[in-house]
Write a protein that binds this ligand. Structure first.
Ligand SMILES: *Cc1c(COP(=O)(O)O)cnc(C)c1O
Length: 368
């Protein structure tokens, strides 16, 4: 029994002292939102850190998804994964687009490229994959299919902050990628998010769209939304960026301890590092095979909970099983056997900067 509750995550926070210095500066400037000093500084710093050419900050990670679809004028049907957080599919709903769920790959839990072509219809205009848990999608295969059928690709990269493949940011794949800087993510600005794009023209257009569509004082070019990040959160974000490498190192250590202890446990599987990939250790999901492990996922989940260890069943239930979406033809379980199985097996173990070796030991005792 863990003495205090161990949660699945805990936010990375800057030192209050440093944050206060930045706040004092903001109070002096008296410019608290609308592309202020810290907003510009954070965009610059993120481009450099992430290795991307252009970025636009948002108030959360959902509005960049909605805005990317609007900017690219996506309509009709979009192919997506049911094994994600609901925001992915909700962004389609908000644009009046019909989601078409395609099953996931059993190894990566990402949208299975092998299954995409069969789901394409004359109404398909785009693919929206997710780099789930920060595992990179097969971006090359997906792009090949998109090119062949003339489709756009928008990545929900909410989990993929800092992830690289052979040194190249995974955020540069597709037409655009979105990030979430929510408190629960690897890197946070309390609430926040961003859209990554390839060219200056698109960046300009996105900046209009997140500010009601204003392109100057008197001109409105589109029915945009309000999703501007304020100066306090941008300043907080600048400070957090300075310590995110340290946080990822810590997470890596946690993952190594979990892996070493769980590798010989019958019926428990997990992800290992992929050669060539710079991981961010955003989550540590384990998959429970009830038959081999001798206990179901839910039995283990509730046992952990009783002992004050709060794992989370990400992603269960599948998005396709929520009332809004379950009536869709593609939401049928027979269409999604792998996603259905993974959703029934998964538990994300506690994973955050500051999680102690002693706490990890307590958690592992409940599983082994
Ligand atoms: C967190 C998350 C989002 C939404 O981000 P918010 O910042 O909470 O709006 C979108 N997609 C995925 C996959 C996420 O995990």
């Amino acid at each position: 029994m863990a003495e205090k509750q161990i949660t699945v995550t805990s936010p990375l926070m800057p030192s209050l002292e440093e944050f206060n210095t930045y706040l004092e500066d903001i109070w002096k400037r008296k410019w608290i939102t609308n592309n202020g000093y810290y907003h510009k500084e954070l965009e610059k710093a993120l481009c450099e850190y992430l290795g991307v050419p252009y970025i636009s900050l948002f108030t959360n990670g959902t509005l960049p998804l909605i805005t990317a679809l609007q900017a690219l004028r996506i309509t009709g049907e979009v192919i997506t994964t049911p094994f994600s957080f609901v925001a992915t599919t909700h962004s389609l709903w908000w644009n009046g687009i019909k989601p078409v769920f395609v099953d996931i790959d059993p190894v990566t839990c990402n949208l299975n490229p092998e299954k995409i072509e069969a789901a394409i219809t004359p109404r398909t205009t785009a693919i929206m994959p997710v780099h789930v848990y920060g595992n990179p999608c097969d971006t090359k295969r997906i792009q090949d299919i998109a090119d062949k059928y003339g489709l756009k690709v928008i990545y929900d990269a909410a989990h993929a902050f800092g992830v690289r493949v052979n040194g190249e940011s995974v955020l540069n794949a597709g037409d655009m990628s979105t990030l979430s800087f929510h408190a629960t993510k690897v890197y946070n600005t309390i609430e926040g998010g961003a859209l990554v794009m390839h060219d200056e023209q698109t960046k300009k257009r996105i900046d209009y769209l997140k500010n009601f569509g204003f392109a100057g004082e008197t001109e409105v070019v589109a029915p945009g939304i309000n999703s501007k990040m304020d100066e306090m959160r941008a300043a907080y974000g600048l400070l957090n960026l300075k310590q995110v490498d340290k946080a990822i190192e810590w997470r890596k250590h946690v993952a190594e301890l979990y892996r070493a202890a769980l590798k010989d446990v019958e019926g428990i599987t997990f992800f290992n590092d992929i050669p060539g990939v710079t991981h961010n250790y955003a989550y540590f999901p384990i998959f429970v095979n009830a038959e081999k492990y001798g206990m179901t996922r839910d039995e283990l989940y509730f046992k952990m909970k009783e002992h004050n260890v709060l794992g989370r069943r990400y992603f269960y239930p599948l998005i396709s099983s929520f009332s809004t979406y379950r009536g869709l033809e593609s939401a049928n379980k027979d269409n999604l056997p792998v996603a259905t199985e993974k959703a029934e097996q998964v538990i994300c173990l506690p994973m955050y900067y500051g999680l102690s070796d002693e706490d990890i030991e307590e958690i592992l005792k409940l599983i082994i």
